[in-house]
Design a protein around this ligand. Structure first.
Ligand code: ADE
Ligand code: ZN
Length: 349
């Protein structure tokens, strides 16, 4: 498929426009992480929910994170303004408007039901509100949007089982399950039984691993949870045999460059290991994680990473978009259509 594209003929100064224009799938975005400060304040006023910050600017000023946990503390507090089905719709719809502008053709959104059910919000309001936004994204933008229910790993496996039970009446509205929140001290093995049950139910399985946690957590996510993708996974490079296995088995990594810098996984974008992951033949993809908190949506991640890393050029842009389609849970017919659209975007560059 690549034979027709002369990557070396595409000048570097055309890269930002090409990165923005090319069709892409976003596979690692937490919908609660798309809640912009303005919407947090609007929802807080709508529901008279008190906030710990006096203004939008004060809230933005709190977005200086030392690590994953310091981010999660703010992220869970921000999600406290989400109460009704309409709030979940509004949040997801705002994301889809941005995704459409970034030429995202397919999105798989994480959501954290336990963050809401713990505050007395019915799981129906969460899932139905998000589902309606997904449906409208398809109708208005042609974006195929899917939901992935995440279990919070700082809570117990019994709590994950209870959440799965509550969600099963809405089974047709989500395609898979994931594992997120505080990684260190909460290894994948803690959730072995609930992931096995999700496999029996025919759900896709993914997990955050190797973000702050060790390469061993990536192995356990594969061997114990039997996941199909690893979210982040950047610490795989600490274990060369694991890198070879990920490449051989084409296990996708959903990499989030701006997140990794904001949460101090890497000191700067210029020191990110995305080029090394691609050079090792891994099915790496670029994603935004929590764009409202980390300074940018998926195109910002692409454009800023390519600007900071001279090893990344047109060939890698094509590879990353191609990987995003391969790694998605979309039907093969959609993948072929997006591949053809990608060819056209490069032919016009
Ligand atoms: N929840 C939201 N963003 C997350 C991240 N980057 N890692 C783990 N859990 C998360
Ligand atoms: Zn994440």
């Amino acid at each position: 498929m690549t034979a027709a594209i002369d990557f070396d003929a595409i000048p570097r100064d055309r890269l930002p426009a090409l990165l923005r224009r090319m069709p892409k799938a976003e596979l690692h975005v937490h919908v609660e992480g798309t809640l912009e400060p303005e919407l947090i304040f609007r929802l807080a006023e709508r529901h008279r929910v008190p906030l710990a910050w006096a203004s939008v600017d004060a809230l933005r000023a709190a977005y200086a994170f030392a690590d994953l946990q310091s981010f999660l503390d703010v992220y869970y507090a921000g999600a406290g303004v989400l109460l009704h089905e309409q709030d979940f719709f509004d949040m997801a719809w705002a994301y889809f408007e941005r995704a459409a502008a970034d030429n995202v053709v397919h999105a798989e959104l994480f959501f954290d039901p336990q963050t809401h059910t713990a505050r007395g919000v019915p799981i129906e309001a969460v899932i139905v509100g998000l589902h309606h936004a997904c449906r409208r994204a398809h109708q208005e933008f042609g974006i195929t949007a899917k939901l992935i229910l995440c279990f919070l790993r700082h809570l117990s496996e019994d709590a994950a089982f209870a959440t799965l039970e509550q969600a099963l009446p809405y089974r047709e509205h989500f395609v898979g399950v994931g594992l997120d929140s505080s990684e260190l001290g909460h290894p994948p093995g803690k959730f072995a039984r609930v992931f096995a049950r999700c496999g029996e139910l025919g759900l896709h399985r993914v997990a955050h691993a190797g973000e702050e946690g060790p390469a061993e957590y990536i192995r356990d996510a594969l061997d114990v949870l039997r996941v199909e993708r690893i979210d982040h996974g950047v610490r795989c490079v600490d274990d060369p045999a694991l890198v070879q296995r990920l490449a051989r088995e084409r296990v996708p990594l959903t990499v989030c460059p701006l997140s990794n810098v904001r949460l101090r996984v890497f000191p700067s974008l210029g020191q990110h290991n995305l080029p090394a992951l691609l050079d090792a033949g891994l099915c790496a993809t670029v994603n935004s994680d929590d764009p409202a908190y980390f300074g940018g949506y998926v195109n910002d991640n692409f454009v800023q990473a390519f600007a900071a890393l001279p090893q990344l050029g047109a060939r890698q842009a094509w590879q990353l978009a191609t990987n995003s389609f391969e790694a998605s849970f979309a039907p093969d017919a959609d993948k072929r259509r997006w591949a053809a659209e990608l060819e056209r975007a490069f032919a016009a560059a």
